[in-house]
Design a protein around this ligand. Structure first.
Ligand code: NAD
Ligand code: DAU
Length: 339
């Protein structure tokens, strides 16, 4: 099996590559990633010498490069993780989100149509459903929940999902889509809530909580997400959407307090800053379909996953120190410098 994994130098894509190479020693994995600020080749160092792995530095928006790769590799499956993924950046500058997340997806699927494919899998997000009210804990996102996006990021992901379903209906492209809740774990880029709070706390820097910190996210350990995608590409029904989430809803402020406690840092580091524009209140996935159809269940409890994650950031300072000392620092100062 030849699998092109786009965005494999990022957080979830790299974890997926490790999972697949480890589980399927006879599969060939080709990582297509243009290494934006969020892509890090050092993340893939452990597999660079694996004869079943190839890294290709190109953009999914570059039609010529994508077609060339398909001609060289004849992939059986494409799993598309490549995206601009950070909501705050999409609020500052939506354009690149439209280019990568929408146009890039269409280029990949055009290549799949042209050269033939067993499966195109789109890695999507629960954010396409918008948000749920805090006072209705009985409500969850199902695959039938209408698309109702809030940010330029989620709108671009929703547009891509609609294109994927259109390519299925119009051209019969064998597609699947997964819509997952918030992931956490190793190699999570330091701009996102959990790694940002761990790294700031380690430096005794303020922990910038948006608004009151009562927004709820549904956290899933990244390896569980990778296992879900593995199941969907092998056993999922073509043309279907699968929600992925582990019923682990937490308020942002509670996560930050857990991190403070685990690192022995005072909660006085917590600083309430200006809220995110259009900030979604609550995400909560109903994963019944993937559980009943494919037997997927999350394996990592949050209490264990968060400790493993904190330990990973303690053990891998080289990885994140390189990131936080470069271009990211300018971004961080722009975001929080004036708050
Ligand atoms: P990330 O930002 O950590 O990584 C994105 C990767 O895509 C980077 O390696 C980057 O270099 C690459 N990339 C960006 N533009 C590209 C382009 N034009 N061509 C090729 N490569 C490009 O993102 P992540 O958190 O790992 O998310 C991966 C996917 O999963 C995204 O599609 C995201 O929407 C989705 N998702 C993420 C979460 C989450 O909690 N992080 C949850 C659900 C779904
Ligand atoms: O739900 C899936 C989505 O989860 C993915 O589609 C996105 O790619 C991914 O980035 C993530 O989006 P969020 O916006 O939920 O994640 P983020 O880590 O940016 O923020 C999580 C929550 O924490 C959110 O309510 C905003 C808040 N927050 C975030 C940051 C960066 C803070 O309070 N302070 C911060 O500094």
């Amino acid at each position: 099996m030849n699998i092109i994994v786009t965005g494999g130098a990022g957080f979830i894509g790299s974890n997926f590559i490790f999972h697949m190479l480890n589980k399927y020693p006879d599969y060939r994995i080709i990582c297509l990633d243009c290494l934006t600020y969020a892509g890090n080749l050092s993340t893939l160092a452990p597999v660079m010498d694996n004869p079943n792995f190839r890294f290709v530095k190109e953009s999914i928006t570059d039609r010529e490069a994508v077609y060339r790769l398909f001609e060289e590799e004849h992939p059986d499956i494409v799993v598309n993780f490549a995206a601009e993924s950070h909501v705050d950046r999409s609020i500052e500058n939506p354009q690149v989100f439209l280019e990568t997340n929408i146009i890039g997806t269409s280029v990949l699927m055009d290549a799949c149509r042209k050269y033939g494919i067993q499966r195109y899998h789109q890695v999507s997000t629960d954010e396409v459903y918008g948000d749920l009210p805090l006072d209705r804990p009985d409500l969850f996102f199902t695959e039938e929940t209408p698309i109702h996006t809030s940010s330029p990021y989620s709108s671009s992901k929703a547009a891509a999902d609609l294109l994927v379903l259109a390519y299925y209906r119009t051209y019969g492209l064998p597609v699947t889509i997964s819509r997952c809740s918030n992931n956490y774990g190793p190699y999570h880029f330091p701009e996102k809530l959990i790694p940002l709070m761990i790294i700031n706390a380690l430096h005794d820097k303020p922990l910038p909580v948006y608004g009151e910190g009562i927004n709820v996210r549904d956290w899933l350990y990244v390896e569980d997400h990778c296992k879900a995608i593995d199941l969907i590409i092998h056993k999922g029904r073509v043309g279907e959407v699968y929600n992925v989430g582990g019923h682990n809803e937490m308020k942002n402020i509670d996560i930050v307090k857990i991190i403070c406690k685990a690192l022995g840092k005072p909660e006085s580091l917590i600083t309430h800053v200006t809220d995110r524009k259009g900030h979604d209140m609550r995400y909560a996935i109903d994963p019944t379909k993937i559980h009943e159809e494919l037997g997927w269940l999350p394996e990592t409890k949050f209490e264990d996953g968060i400790q493993k994650t904190i330990q990973w950031y303690l053990d891998n300072q080289d990885w994140w120190e390189t990131i936080v000392s470069g271009e990211y620092q300018n971004y961080y100062e722009e975001m929080y410098g004036n708050r």
